[in-house]
Design a protein around this ligand. Structure first.
Ligand code: ADP
Ligand code: ADP
Length: 230
């Protein structure tokens, strides 16, 4: 069934900008949908409405069958991992501690949280023994983004929101991160909304691609169809 559903969703900002205009779409459970389009077309606004960082002006959004307007935002976000372009890691905590923070906040014992963190680091392609004890500044940009993905998965949320998570790294590293993420997704099967302005990335990662025009989705289809293959 649909894990994320938008029904006639519009977002007007107070200054009158209509960022998203009467948007309706569904994302199936375990599906990875990439949102692609030029800067300013409403991708980030769409994404931030899913975890209620932004409230729609009109329409209805449901996650796992529940109208999110009726769900406490803190509770909602427990089920939604969020990864942005510059993941903010705690600079005075090690990579392992950064990753263990969420399970610890969920009330897990310190030992169990750390074991889970090690497992997650391994899942994103970092060596818990090598990278776990390091501090964020001792990592490359690509490695920090991997930690961001590990941390977003810590509470095992069914939904992941990713806003240009690999946008700030060089092309070779981006290529590594994309393949690592595809491997990871084949194991964890999250429902993912992935924002990018890079059509190649959208095609490589997406089960389906939402191609944005100004405030609207102009095409929503499998990569082959978007590329115009017969
Ligand atoms: P994208 O993620 O595709 O770059 P955004 O969702 O960030 O697009 O922005 C969509 C439109 O909404 C743009 O015209 C942008 O300038 C505008 N916008 C975004 N945030 C705000 C805001 N807080 N106030 C007013 N306009 C905004
Ligand atoms: P990837 O994430 O695909 O492995 P990265 O750019 O993150 O690519 O890292 C490439 C390699 O370069 C890493 O294995 C890492 O050991 C090394 N490296 C890059 N920058 C640093 C740094 N600041 N500190 C330690 N190692 C680094």
């Amino acid at each position: 069934g649909a894990m994320i559903r938008f029904e006639h969703v519009t977002k007007r900002y107070p200054d009158g900008t209509t960022a998203v205009d009467d948007l309706s779409f569904e994302v199936a459970e375990g599906e990875l949908v990439t949102l692609v389009g030029p800067s300013g077309c409403g991708k980030t606004t769409t994404m931030k409405m899913v975890n209620r960082l932004i409230e729609p002006s009109d329409g209805r959004i449901s996650v796992d069958g529940r109208d999110i307007a009726a769900v406490d935002p803190v509770e909602l976000r427990r089920g939604i991992g969020y990864v942005i372009q510059q993941v903010g890691l705690f600079p005075h905590k090690t990579v392992l501690e950064n990753t263990a923070t969420v399970p610890h906040l969920l009330g897990w014992s310190r030992a169990r949280a750390r074991a889970r963190a090690a497992e997650l680091l391994d899942l994103v392609g970092l060596d818990p023994a090598v990278h776990g004890p390091r501090y964020p500044e001792q990592l490359s940009g690509g490695q920090r983004q991997r930690v961001g993905v590990a941390r977003a998965l810590a509470a095992d949320p069914p939904v992941l929101l990713m806003d240009e998570p690999f946008g700030a790294v060089d092309p070779v590293v981006r290529d590594h991160l994309q393949s690592a993420f595809l491997r990871l997704q084949s194991q964890v099967r999250k429902t993912v909304l992935f924002v990018t302005h890079d059509i190649e990335e959208a095609v490589r990662l997406g089960d389906r691609i939402a191609v944005y025009g100004q405030g609207r989705i102009e095409q929503f289809d499998a990569p082959a169809a978007v590329l115009g293959a017969p």
